[in-house]
Design a protein around this ligand. Structure first.
Ligand code: ASP
Length: 450
């Protein structure tokens, strides 16, 4: 059996929902379907999940949220109107939303979680009605009843291992099961959501639970591309890549697929197929455990992220001091900051962080502590950096990749601030000034793809 997940843009309008129904009907193996909440119909539009958050915030700031509520009901109403769905379906959605909106707000986290989850929950119910109107046997299943048990981390939940056994029973359900993505329940019975974009995670968990033959992830692009299309004009499509390659690329900004979603399918070795709802015949991109390497294409993709900063610490004879690295990282741990990389030299160490986790206040505290507790020679912080990564399993077997990459930097006239090959052997990472990011990606693309 296949697990098929449809993202928000695939469910944004009545027309898009028709395409989804056709895709489901076209293959009897598509028996477990995960849906997002309706997304944007066009660039200026707003996602239902964002509307729901606005609605919750309105109520929490002592407004009634009625305007947002009616906007959301209209979104579902518009989808229903394009299909032969009874009016009662939309009335039930309106009532469900009203109940959530007027619920107790004592625990704000819990309140917000319940409202956020309404997007996918009601979407799943509506899709069931649309499929039934087309004569397809479809059933809604609630994540609670199915056993999707998550850690109690609102907005950042993780699946608990014990969920898998119960979720496995979804295999035996008749017809097509429609499962709402993005949320589950904690042990205490409260709604908890995954991070934003988390319906991808739901799909991956289900694919693993039922041991699916493939996890199909329907989105709105024909494939994953070798570089960001806003930086490179018509980049080459990637037909196949490994889990490790996809992990590295999504880490550095490839947003087609939620990076946390790979974990469950990676361990179960279930292939993922990224497909386009608007062009389902296109082969898409397959993510697999191993692939045949092309000797003329050692790099599969180039990714880049900005808003990066680094803390540079130097101390003469640092290499002789036992526990220096631990003490330095402990200061960050105390501030609850996760770091990205820590390249080091004999007498210096840099900690690479995302700027979003390192405000100026935190910077002052952290640098003061480093100075005071570690007795260092120098500490400085550099902001406005970017990380550019070239990724490919084939790099490990090819000679001269670093030389080619460095030549590309030289052609672009860009200074490399940092190089980190790490131990993964699947990627090579370069730190550059953020203003050089685009030129770097273009030059690397020319070197490895043209
Ligand atoms: N609807 C949620 C969001 O917008 C989850 C998802 O679409 O995957 O983040």
């Amino acid at each position: 059996m296949k697990v098929s997940k449809f993202g928000g843009s695939s469910l944004a309008s009545a027309h898009q929902v028709s395409k989804v129904c056709e895709i489901i009907a076209a293959d009897p193996e598509r028996r477990l379907v995960v849906v997002s909440a309706p997304g944007k119909r066009d660039k200026e539009d707003i996602k239902v999940t964002d509307l729901l958050i606005e609605m919750a915030q309105a109520r929490l700031s002592k407004k009634n949220g009625a305007e947002e509520l009616s906007q959301i009901v209209d979104r579902y109403g518009e989808i229903a109107k394009g299909h032969d769905v009874p009016v009662s379906s939309v009335n039930a959605i309106a009532e469900d939303l009203r109940n959530r909106l007027t619920a107790d707000t004592h625990n704000e986290d819990l309140y917000l979680e319940t409202i956020k989850a309404a997007g996918e929950d009601n979407c799943a119910k509506l899709i069931v009605d649309v499929l039934r109107a087309r004569g397809i046997e479809a059933h809604y299943v609630s994540p609670k009843e199915a056993g999707m048990t998550l850690s109690h981390e609102p907005g950042n939940a993780q699946v608990l291992k014990k969920s898998y056994e119960r979720l496995r029973l979804l295999r035996d359900r008749p017809g097509v099961t429609i499962f709402p993505g993005f949320f589950g329940y904690s042990d205490s019975g409260s709604v908890v959501t995954f991070p934003r974009g988390g319906s991808d995670i739901t799909g991956a968990i289900l694919a693993r639970a039922v041991n699916a033959e493939v996890y199909e992830n329907f989105t709105d692009v024909d494939s994953v591309f070798a570089a960001n299309p806003t930086i490179i004009d018509h980049p080459v499509p990637i037909r196949e890549l490994t889990f490790r390659e996809m992990r590295e690329l999504s880490y550095a900004g490839f947003s087609v697929f939620h990076d946390e979603a790979l974990e469950p399918v990676f361990h179960a070795e279930i292939p993922v197929n990224i497909l386009n709802t608007n062009n389902p015949k296109a082969p898409g991109t397959q993510i697999v455990t191993t692939r045949e390497l092309e000797s003329d294409r050692p790099v599969v993709g180039i990714a880049a992220i900005d808003e990066i900063c680094s803390i540079y610490v130097s101390k003469y004879l640092m290499n002789r001091e036992i526990g220096f690295g631990r003490q330095l990282l402990e200061i960050l741990e105390n501030e609850a900051i996760s770091f990205e990389h820590a390249p080091s030299g004999i007498d210096n160490m840099s900690i690479i962080l995302r700027e979003s986790s390192f405000s100026h206040d935190v910077e002052t505290r952290v640098t003061q502590r480093i100075r005071k507790e570690l007795n260092i020679d120098d500490v400085s912080v550099e902001r406005g950096l970017a990380l550019v990564m070239i990724v490919g399993e084939g790099m490990n077997h090819s000679v001269g990749i670093a030389a080619r990459a460095c030549a590309a930097f030289a052609h672009a006239g860009v200074n490399i601030e940092m190089i980190n090959q790490g131990s993964s052997e699947v990627s090579m990472m370069f730190g550059v000034k953020a203003e050089d990011m685009q030129a770097t990606v273009q030059s690397l693309y020319r070197e490895f793809f043209e």
